[in-house]
Ligand binder design. Structure first.
Ligand code: ATP
Length: 521
């Protein structure tokens, strides 16, 4: 097996906790099979650890739902992805793994054997290292995690979900955990702002999307914001009503499956969006919206008990009213037509020209000494609109929605052309006066990934926008949403900050999305 290239200890892609295993990484000569007691054999195959043990047939061990591939009742195959930890203690080999108890839940499980021949301990030690190298290919072991649990998000279940579902997986994987429950709104921002970033690798929010929003903004207030945002990866264990970060990063709404993904994830850069209202500036990782989606996000507090269904309920309530949300919109467009967007997406996603995460990180490292965030290229709403922007007055606007990631919820891939680190934002607007039937058709098309091609959806890839919203006659208050959080009802300007943030995601799990569908197929 090829070993990873050596990385310096200052390399933020290398968890210092993983360095203790670095000397064991030369495993080329290590045998793939380990003979253990009960006449059993542990074998390292291409994608899985295979346990061959006649005793398994009589152990009553249930191979749940067929999710753990088993070649026969006397063999057990555990995918490397599911291996959490392995140790050799004297002549006892212990392997911890994540056992799928259903399609949406995992729990830690253990296998223990004694070496058939004690004198093989040195070989067994190398074998364990080889198993761990395969289990953590593309990731690092024993990450140091600052866990923030929001007891207020969604239905208030985050503390229970974390303790019962997520923490056992993180602990079994040997993560160093420093957990804290947030006590007030803004607490996550304060913690991230004051965090000693050399002591941690990631901040894991067990919450909805509001907490990671605070965390990115807290890191942005560190003395060296670019270093903090580069070094500390932000990730989410779903525990609120909007859990888009977990869905986009790791393709799941299950706390235990998300915890496993976090254990196995790679660091990757994420574009952030700088949103300014005059001199005030915040960072957004997910979305900015004005119109029906923003109102559903923010004006449904009274039905919080419904959980995520409150968004759908709120949407339908407004839909029947054919509500409009007028605004003047100015946009710095990169790609304005859908065919070009589709073609550019394919190039960026499958063209193979992109740099690796490690290369991207070294480029970002050059800005570590800077004490401010990247300068705004396009200024703020207090400046004139740049000449090459396209300005449109939209008295009948129904929905202005700008996104940075594909999914806004599990069944809402609103932005199929979004890529995590392409230096662009995805924007669409929809007229508020379209017929109710057309609006319902639009809503149905989202889940089927046909939203992008609907003629009523005006979709662009952009670098920046300015939104000057106004109240329609009779409207008492306006809701502008940034990452699901309410900001002042006032003109705002937003521009992309390429690769400013860092997240933990498993390639192929979350960001795996096929992009806008090809309508000719
Ligand atoms: N102990 C607390 N008491 C009150 N609010 C808190 C507390 N801890 C965090 N918050 C606030 O709760 C808000 C919502 O949290 P979060 O986004 O994590 O969950 P959510 O379920 O997605 O949100 P929402 O339920 O508002 O849709 C955040 O803005 C955060 O500041």
């Amino acid at each position: 097996m090829a070993s990873d290239p050596p990385r310096s200890l200052s390399d933020p892609f290398m968890d210092p906790a993983a360095s203790e295993h670095a000397e064991d990484s030369n495993v080329g000569s290590t045998p793939s099979e380990l003979q253990v007691d009960r006449n059993a054999c542990l074998s390292l195959r291409e994608d899985a650890l295979v346990v061959s043990d006649a005793g398994l047939a009589h152990s009553g061990r249930k191979i749940c739902c067929g999710l753990i591939p088993s070649t026969s009742s006397t063999t057990l195959a555990i995918p490397y992805y599911n291996i959490l930890d392995a140790t050799l203690d004297g002549s006892e080999v212990s392997i911890k793994h994540a056992l799928f108890t259903s399609k949406t839940a995992v729990r830690p499980a253990y296998i223990t054997y004694t070496l058939a021949d004690k004198s093989t301990a040195p070989t067994a030690k190398a074998w364990v290292s080889r198993l761990l190298a395969s289990a953590y290919r593309g990731s690092v072991r024993a990450r140091r995690l600052k866990v923030l649990i929001n007891p207020h998000g969604g239905k208030g279940l985050a503390p229970k979900l974390y303790a019962q579902e997520a923490e056992p997986i993180l602990k079994a994987a040997g993560c160093e955990i420093d957990a804290e429950t947030t006590t007030h709104s803004g607490h996550a921002l304060e913690i991230a702002r004051d965090l000693d970033i050399d002591k941690y690798d990631a901040i894991v929010c067990c919450s909805g999307d509001g907490t990671p929003h605070e965390v990115f903004n807290g890191l942005a207030q560190q003395a060296y914001p670019r270093r903090a945002l580069r070094k500390i990866a932000v990730t989410l264990i779903p525990g609120g009503s909007g859990n888009a970060l977990a869905i986009n990063l790791n393709g799941t709404t299950s706390p235990s499956v998300a915890a496993l993904a976090i254990v196995k994830a790679a660091r990757m850069p994420l574009d952030l969006v700088s949103v300014s209202q005059g001199e005030k500036r915040i960072l957004s990782f997910l979305s900015q919206s004005w119109g029906i989606v923003a109102e559903c996000d923010l004006d449904t507090e009274d039905i919080r008990w419904m959980g995520s269904a409150r968004f759908t309920f709120g949407f339908f309530k407004r839909l029947v009213g054919k509500t409009v949300y007028p605004a003047e919109v100015s946009v710095k467009v990169e790609y304005g037509d859908k065919d070009t967007i589709r073609a550019e997406y394919k190039k960026a996603r499958y063209g193979g020209a992109g740099e690796s995460s490690a290369d991207a990180d070294h480029a970002r490292e050059l800005h570590d000494d800077e004490t401010t965030l990247p300068k705004l290229i396009y200024g703020t709403v207090n400046d004139p609109v740049p000449e090459d922007w396209v300005t449109t007055d939209m008295p009948d606007l129904g929905n202005f929605f700008c996104g940075n990631l594909v999914h806004m919820s599990a069944d809402a891939p609103f932005f199929p052309a979004a890529l995590p680190n392409d230096g662009l934002m995805d924007l669409f607007d929809v007229d508020g006066t379209i017929g109710r039937l057309a609006a319902i058709k639009l809503m149905v098309s989202i889940e089927q990934n046909q939203f992008f091609d609907q003629p009523d959806v005006h979709y662009k890839k952009i670098k920046a926008f300015r939104l000057s919203p106004r109240l329609r006659p009779g409207q008492k208050q306006g809701f502008i949403s940034v990452d699901g959080e309410r900001i002042d009802f006032a003109p705002l300007q937003a521009e992309i900050m390429p690769g400013l943030g860092t997240v933990l995601g498993v390639p192929g799990k979350g960001f795996h999305f096929d992009g806008p569908q090809d309508p000719t197929r």
